[in-house]
Ligand binder design. Structure first.
Ligand code: MRU
Length: 377
């Protein structure tokens, strides 16, 4: 079950965003999420008391973005275990809530494995639940550390590719603190450049249809006092043509073994534009986003979302009208094509920045080497 409450009182928060946390009130443990569907209009928290509530929060994008989906999935397994639900059922439902971001299944499996290992060594269910929770907490910490290291590597890469600083960076979707235990992936690099005084402008694609750029990246950029400008996705081409983009920075939901990158729909056209205009297209993602079991881009399952997200404006603050609860912007009955992600082939990716280092040029061999190195650490 999920419950909602608005944050109250004067806003004295630091720029870091409490995107999710584990709490243990007397009624029993809960996972508290910042409901991202309500941003930037309202900062409302969603309290999940069981795995089905978390599955719904993941499907509705109340919690979203690859790294934090992994963390949420791991806490979801712990929640099921601590509250005495069937852990394997909960794990299967959580891992299947969204298909493209591999981090979700990775996080779920990690907490599930910790739970099973504890039972196998003879621990009782309570101690095994504690092991699942410890695994979730560990993943949460590791992701914060990975964010910081990606920002360092990404900034060093920008300095190498674009000597002289004053970067004008174009980004797509949302890849900041809202998707991470730390300050994010691609956005984290832009933020590091901003703190170094090297960010001239962050160009923020609005990211139709669910406006993760307009609602969430602009929200994060404003909180961090960054110089940012919002554009419609369609305006990116003329921005490149005007010579206003020095680099594109995006995140990833799954990177196949050959280096193909699945990310928010609209990333691939940016990669094509970037190649035509000789601008680096840089992907920033933790090693957990690399999926050695997915051989190539064609094998990545791309989530298809309901058509009403395209045929209606579905922001929660607009009055209920259409079938999806939003304002219709197309004739009733219009069919929509609404893939949540697209796949960029490795040859269009200048570099993949991870916490373990940078892969460039992007090849399957170089990625495999990086993953092997990361497993040894
Ligand atoms: O559908 P969303 O909002 O979950 O999509 C998120 C993205 O596509 C992000 O770019 C991706 O998860 C990388 S976040 C580091």
């Amino acid at each position: 079950m999920a419950d909602q409450h608005a944050q109250s009182g004067e806003d004295k928060r630091p720029t870091g965003i409490p995107v999710l946390r584990w709490e243990e009130p007397p009624e029993g443990p809960v996972l508290v999420l910042l409901d991202q569907t309500r941003l930037p209009a309202e900062e409302v928290e969603l309290v999940c008391t069981d795995a089905p509530a978390l599955v719904e929060a993941i499907r509705s994008l109340a919690v979203r973005g690859a790294p934090v989906l992994g963390i949420a999935g791991a806490y979801g397994v712990a929640l099921a275990a601590v509250r005495g639900f069937d852990v394997d059922d909960a794990a299967a439902a959580l891992a299947g809530a969204r298909p493209t971001a591999v981090n979700l299944a990775v996080g779920v499996r990690r907490a599930q494995a910790a739970y099973r290992a504890a039972l196998a060594r003879g621990d009782d269910a309570e101690r095994a639940a504690g092991a699942a929770l410890a695994a979730a907490r560990q993943l949460h910490r590791e992701d914060a550390e990975a964010s910081a290291r990606m920002a360092e590597h990404g900034l060093a890469l920008l300095e190498e590719l674009l000597p002289g600083g004053g970067y004008r960076i174009l980004t797509h979707c949302n890849t900041g603190a809202l998707v991470s235990g730390g300050e994010g992936t691609a956005f984290g690099v832009a933020l590091a450049a901003h703190r170094r005084g090297e960010l001239r402008r962050l160009w923020v694609d609005e990211t139709r249809p669910l406006l993760q750029g307009a609602r969430l990246t602009a929200y994060e950029a404003a909180r961090n006092d960054m110089a940012y400008t919002l554009l419609t996705d369609n305006a990116a081409g003329s921005l490149f043509a005007a010579g206003e983009v020095d680099a594109v920075l995006v995140g990833a939901d799954r990177i196949a073994a050959d280096g193909s990158v699945a990310n928010k729909v609209g990333s691939y056209p940016l990669a094509v534009l970037a190649r035509y205009h000789h601008v680096p297209f840089i992907v920033v993602a933790p090693v957990t986003t690399v999926d050695a079991d997915t051989p190539d881009g064609a094998s990545i399952e791309v989530e298809q979302r309901p058509g009403f997200e395209v045929t209606e404006i579905t922001a929660p603050q607009v009055p209920v009208a259409g079938a999806g609860g939003g304002i219709p912007v197309a004739p009733l009955g219009t069919q929509a094509y609404n893939p949540a992600f697209d796949v960029t082939p490795p040859e269009l990716v200048t570099a993949i920045v991870t916490e373990e280092g940078v892969v460039s040029p992007v090849t399957g061999e170089a990625l495999a080497e990086l993953c092997a190195r990361s497993r040894q650490v």
